[in-house]
Design a protein around this ligand. Structure first.
Ligand SMILES: Cc1ncc(COP(=O)(O)O)c(C=O)c1O
Length: 362
């Protein structure tokens, strides 16, 4: 089976974990601080705050940005559910804008239509590793006095106009889940240029404690362990190499697939570096599930990111949402299919994937 995702853990990560285990400091400690420094520098952000998941990073960032009940936050329904759930965690209201069918990312025009006098922030998601249209989104935020939280959980190292994601907005959230472009097992990171947001996030991740056993705020335990941070430090050193392989694999596969009728290869905007967390094709209406099954039967792992828009999820429908207001997201959910291009995928694997797809679509 050619897997759809595979973490690349090598001797450096093993040794780093062993060193932490032997050190005796196995919860949050010096390795977490070192990882935060390195990650902030990588993203050209002033501060980074490590947490135990991407979801925690989104949640804490919204808390630190002072988002609360009554506020409306605009995001995309075509994402992993955490992009919207974090808004509910702080008691605010998710408002869904539609997507651009070429990039799958949130559409700036649709954001404008959704702004009300309650809107406080926008959460653009750099889906599949392709940065959102940040110039337009930043301009909208500036014109309407809105905050921006980038959901960069799929976009480590991605660039928009030669600038890395993670430092455009007021804050950004990254995930280090094992399927991501780099991993810590479970883990996440907030990056920000705001000292205040970074300090608040650090307090909220540690039970609202401002000095030992003195709790000024309601907080949580969302800390990263040094075991995870030690893996992250080694993975970050290899991230650019991993990314390069993803990009090469994606280009190679697109060259092989671009002339097959019935599918559309990923579009890459001219002013971005797409880091291909997912390589996602569009399949002619109505055929996706059948093609998906045939690929799986041929030993090719695939993914559907995502089969149901967030506003059509049962839990959101109970809150009176539905995807009627975001028709492009609903349409894409029926047609997308992700194929394996992670760094362990070989040229032979890619040739085989292309050959099978050609055969199936004939
Ligand atoms: C776009 C997006 N946002 C948020 C998350 C949440 O990250 P985590 O799974 O680390 O909580 C993920 C990852 O699954 C994601 O892909």
């Amino acid at each position: 089976m050619i897997q759809i995702a595979k973490p690349l853990i090598e001797k450096e990560e093993e040794q780093a974990v062993l060193n932490v285990l032997k050190s005796g400091v196995i919860a949050q400690g010096p390795k977490t601080e070192e990882f935060e420094r390195n990650f902030a520098e990588y993203c050209n952000a002033k501060y980074a705050v490590a947490v135990n998941s991407g979801t925690a990073a989104l949640h804490l960032a919204l808390m630190a940005m002072d988002i609360k009940e009554g506020d409306e936050i605009i995001t995309t329904p075509f994402s992993f559910i955490a992009s919207a759930n974090c808004i509910l965690y702080v008691g605010a209201k998710p408002v869904f804008a539609d997507i651009d069918e070429k990039t799958f990312n949130i559409s700036p025009e649709s954001i404008i239509e959704k702004i009300t006098d309650k809107t406080k922030a926008i959460i653009p998601v750099h889906l599949y590793g392709q940065p959102c249209d940040m110039k337009d989104i930043m301009k909208i935020a500036e014109d309407h006095h809105l905050l921006i939280l980038e959901d960069a959980c799929q976009a480590h190292g991605a660039e928009y106009e030669n600038k890395r994601v993670g430092s455009f907005g007021d804050a950004a959230a990254f995930s280090f889940y094992p399927t991501k472009n780099m991993t810590t097992s479970e883990g996440g990171m907030i990056t920000t240029n705001s000292k205040e947001i970074a300090e608040k996030a650090k307090i909220f991740r540690n039970h609202g404690q401002i000095k030992r056993y003195y709790h000024e705020f309601l907080g949580y335990n969302l800390r990263m362990t040094d075991i995870c941070a030690a893996i992250g430090i080694e993975q970050l050193k290899k991230l650019d190499k991993f990314t390069q392989k993803r990009i090469e694999n994606a280009q190679y596969l697109s060259d092989k697939l671009k002339n097959i009728k019935g599918i559309e290869v990923p579009y890459v905007a001219g002013n971005v570096k797409h880091v291909f967390h997912q390589y996602t094709i569009k399949i002619e209406n109505g055929k996706r599930d059948e093609i998906n099954k045939k690929l799986n039967d041929a030993g090719i792992g695939t993914g559907i990111h995502y089969p149901i828009p967030i506003n059509d999820q049962p839990f959101y429908k109970k809150m009176d949402y539905n995807a009627d207001e975001t028709p492009a997201a609903r349409e894409m959910a029926k047609n997308v299919l992700s194929l394996p291009i992670h760094p362990s995928v070989t040229r032979e694997n890619l040739d085989y994937i292309a050959e099978k797809l050609r055969e199936i679509l004939k």
